[in-house]
Design a binder for this molecule. Sequence first.
Ligand SMILES: Cc1cc2nc3c(=O)[nH]c(=O)nc-3n(C[C@H](O)[C@H](O)[C@H](O)COP(=O)(O)OP(=O)(O)OC[C@H]3O[C@@H](n4cnc5c(N)ncnc54)[C@H](O)[C@@H]3O)c2cc1C
Length: 258
Amino acid sequence: MAKPAPRAVTVQSIEQLTTNMKRLIFTGESLSDFPENQASAYVKMVFEVPGSPKPIMRSMTVVDSSQKRKELTIDIVVHNKHQPEKQGPAGRWLAKAKAGDPALIAGPGDTKLVDLDADWFFIAGDMTALPAIRANLQLMPESAKGYIVLEVPDKDDQRALEISEQQIPDGIDIHWVINSESGCNPEQIKDTLTQLEWLPGTPYIWAAGELKAVLELRNHLNQTMPKPRPARYISSYWQKGLNDEQHKLEKKRQLTEI
Ligand SMILES: Cc1cc2nc3c(=O)[nH]c(=O)nc-3n(C[C@H](O)[C@H](O)[C@H](O)COP(=O)(O)OP(=O)(O)OC[C@H]3O[C@@H](n4cnc5c(N)ncnc54)[C@H](O)[C@@H]3O)c2cc1C
């Protein structure tokens, strides 16, 4: 079956959410049948790039959507802002984006939610995974237990979680890792995990972010996790030094060998 055409939308608003993240709200008639309750699912932003024989797509996470308001919200990390020559199509588009700009958005794909029936949760990721982690945290019951390790480039980026201390279940410990050089020091999230106490029962493991950081974490978990392995979602969302087409090839090679 042919894939549905991407939805034509318009930037309704763009807000500097934190030092390294912008929030975009898109609007358009085409969003009147965008499925509801898709927070954590990915959409693909579609870019026409001069010289490229086909459109280029970049994945972003649904923060919120409304058929009634015909709106879709996504949060995009501002990366390589001081090295525009290193930006890809999404980064270049974001740098100039303003209200009224047209955009094309395909999807959504599957949601990326933890199994809420697990005994406890280990969730980790960088700022590209923060919107999906936020969506998961918002669904957790008050009785939830476990750890969330989040790496952000700047302390100010912690505000992007947008959930107050009071709203976070008492049993969930959040550990922030500040790394101003995203993609460097890929062992940091794994090192934080090694300092945490493995809780009783079976966890649900959720991890996403830069490929090398995710690999460090996955390899450590494979070596130390009790068998049988708990259910998990482990995925890389980007790779330092490679564009997304190159990253996807590397991801296929590295992450399928589990
Ligand atoms: C399922 C899924 C959901 C995602 N959700 C989000 C989301 O909600 N918000 C979001 O911002 N991103 C998200 N991402 C990640 C995003 O798709 C990638 O960061 C993408 O590579 C950005 O495209 P680009 O055109 O800007 O850069 P590319 O052309 O892919 O790469 C150009 C250069 O920028 C570098 N680069 C790419 N991303 C980053 C980064 N985050 N930090 C530092 N350097 C980078 C690359 O290493 C490369 O050197 C998601 C990815 C997946 C797979």
